[in-house]
Structure formats: C-alpha cells, structure tokens
Design a protein around this ligand. Structure first.
Ligand SMILES: Nc1ncnc2c1ncn2[C@@H]1O[C@H](COP(=O)(O)OP(=O)(O)O)[C@@H](O)[C@H]1O
Ligand SMILES: [Mg+2]
Length: 326
C-alpha cells in the first residue's frame, strides 16, 4: 500500500506477513517509535485476514472503517492491536448512552486566573484528537445518542474540517488523524433483543463509512488457540482438549441463539473468562456456572445445561430443574 502519511515521525515499511501473520506479500508503512497513547502489543493476538486488511487500509489510506460484529469477537482490540504494531497513537471512546455532545466537542468552564474567575473553553475529546496523529475509535457506535451522532457525521467526510460553533473556529484534521468505529448491529437496531439501547443507523450514517468489515465468529481452532494463549496453564495438549469442548459449547449457544432456542450466546470473551475462572476454581462446571450460566434466564438454564452435558458428558444440577418441578 502506498502511504498518505505526512507526519514528521520516522517511518519504515513492515511486512504484513511477518507482523500480522497473514498470507500476503503486502508491506505497509509504520512509525518507527512508540509515542504516548500507542497501545501495548499483545503478542498472543490473532489477526483476522479481511478485518486486518480493512483496518490497514484505514490507517494507510485514510479510509473510514466501521467494524460490525457480535459482542466479544475482538472488534475493538483488533483495531488497537493493529495500531500497536504501526506505533499509531489510539484512543477509544465508548458511545454508550452516557457520552454527550459536550463531552465530545467541549464546553465553557469556569477557571481561576490570577485570583479572578474567568470562563474558558475546554476542548472536548474530538477537537483534541483531530489535531494529532491519532486513531479515534468510536466503540458501540450503534448506541450513540442522536446529538452525538450529529456531531460525528460532520467529521466523517474525509478531510472534513470541524467547526467549533461555540468558538467560531474551524479545525483542520491532522494528516495522520484516523477514524474507526465498532458496532454490534448495523441498520437493524435491537431486532433480536440482544442489544438493548442500540439505535438503527440510517443510510446517511452508514454511507459515510468507506469500509464496513464484519467480524463475527472465529474459526473454532483459532478460538482454541486464542483462549490457550490467554490462560497459559491450559496451553498444553490436555488443556487444549478442554478448551475445544468449551468452544464447542459456545458454538452450540450461538447456533441455539440463531435458531431462536435461547436468547443469549456465549462470546469469545466469555470463553476466555470461563477458562480463567476454571483456573481459579479448579472446576470446569462451577466456573461455567459462574461465568455464563448464572447470567442466563431461568427458563433457558435447563437447555444450556444440556449443551454442557453434550460437550462434557457430565450433568450440571441445572439439568434437573425441569425434573424437580415436574
Ligand atoms: N483475535 C483475537 N486474538 C486474541 N484475543 C482476542 C481476539 N479476539 C478477541 N480477543 C479477546 O477477546 C476479548 C474481547 O475482545 P474485544 O475487542 O473487547 O471484543 P468486542 O470489541 O468485539 O466486543 C478481549 O479480551 C480480546 O483480547
Ligand atoms: Mg468493543
């Protein structure tokens, strides 16, 4: 990929095959040194081919990239881990219900100057990030409030200047400013009840993103590898066998969810938490209950306990709920 970067920082070409483990001869420019806000490298990170190429296009070609996918599939960390390897500073802003337009844009605040109270404009995160070599990631993009989405639309245009209305000042984005977003849903909002508080993104909103990449499930063997890397005590043949069953169970919940049998599904993040809790409690079944089953609706516990039985050939007490009531 050719670069559009025009920073004064030193740049070198890196091999995508070597750095990201992808099957391609592509090279991309990366900053030589890490500066403040560059995420730490997670050496165990496993890069998805298409999503990584999309994110690299975002960085190198200044494309606006939106990544959509179910929760816990690695959307946010994917961007962060690419940034870490390019030495690109990066901040994440979660757009869930709490963040307001003023948090983003900035507001007048009262400060003390030489003993006198004066009103001063304090820049919000958006103008601050816009003027630096910085990747700004909007997480939970589909949960943003309408006033916040309105502000974001204005900077989505490439080279779009940002007008600080209150200040009567126009801000030109830094040549190495980049914009990414992650969302659980796209246009559908909370159709299946899994993502409360999400809004439907309208077409005008989606149109402004140059690239939309999907990151749903990992290949089972990849998920096993990722989990084993997170819980090194299980990174051996026996441990991996157990993780394989855990991933099988997670995939049963995903199929069950798709078929409408259950209303929750086990994310890759929960598989990792389950493996970690298993180390703490030394008991796969107990850890399963504490990490996932107790979050499920009572009416669905029996079926989920049955999934467990199918994968581990072991009964959980929850499997008998129906029998006890009968
Ligand atoms: N490909 C991957 N390689 C290594 N760890 C991963 C991968 N995908 C997800 N994870 C881990 O799963 C967890 C959830 O990832 P996250 O990026 O927060 O998901 P999302 O933003 O999609 O909800 C994190 O702890 C992350 O480190
Ligand atoms: Mg996320």
């Amino acid at each position: 990929m050719t670069t559009q970067q025009s920073s004064h920082r030193a740049i070198r070409e890196i091999s995508v095959r070597q750095v990201f483990g992808l099957d391609t001869d592509l090279t991309v420019p990366a900053f030589c040194d890490a500066t403040e806000h560059v995420p730490e490298i997670d050496a165990a990170y496993h890069f998805n081919h298409d999503v990584t190429l999309a994110i690299l296009a975002g960085f190198v070609q200044n494309r606006r990239v939106l990544i959509q996918g179910l929760h816990g599939t690695g959307k946010s960390t994917h961007i962060e881990q690419v940034a870490a390897r390019l030495n690109w500073p990066c901040v994440r802003v979660n757009l869930d219900g709490h963040i307001s337009r003023l948090d983003l844009v900035g507001k007048d605040t009262i400060v003390l100057r030489e003993g006198r109270q004066v009103t001063e404009f304090q820049e919000g995160i958006l103008p601050w990030a816009l003027q630096q070599p910085m990747a700004l990631i909007f997480d939970e993009y589909d949960a943003g409030r309408p006033d916040v989405m309105f502000v974001i639309q204005r900077i989505l245009e490439r080279n779009g200047h940002f007008m600080l209305l209150d200040q009567n000042r126009s801000i030109a984005p830094h040549a190495d400013f980049r914009l990414f977003a992650t969302a659980n849903t796209l246009g559908l909002g909370n159709l299946n009840g899994l993502y409360h508080g999400t809004q439907s993104l309208n077409h005008a909103q989606l149109d402004r993103w140059n690239i939309v990449a999907a990151l749903n499930y990992l290949q089972p063997e990849d998920e096993v590898q990722i989990t084993a890397a997170r819980v090194p005590q299980m990174d051996n043949e026996q441990g991996r066998q157990t993780i394989r069953k855990m991933v099988d169970l997670a995939n049963l919940t995903r199929k069950g969810f798709e078929a409408g049998d259950i209303s929750v599904l086990m994310s890759p993040r929960t598989v990792i938490t389950w493996a970690e809790n298993r180390q703490i409690f030394g008991d796969t079944g107990l850890a399963f209950r504490l990490s996932f089953l107790n979050k499920c609706d009572d009416a669905e516990k029996e079926l989920i306990a049955e999934y467990y039985q199918r994968c581990f050939e072991q009964e959980l007490p929850e499997a008998f709920v129906g029998t006890l009531q009968a």
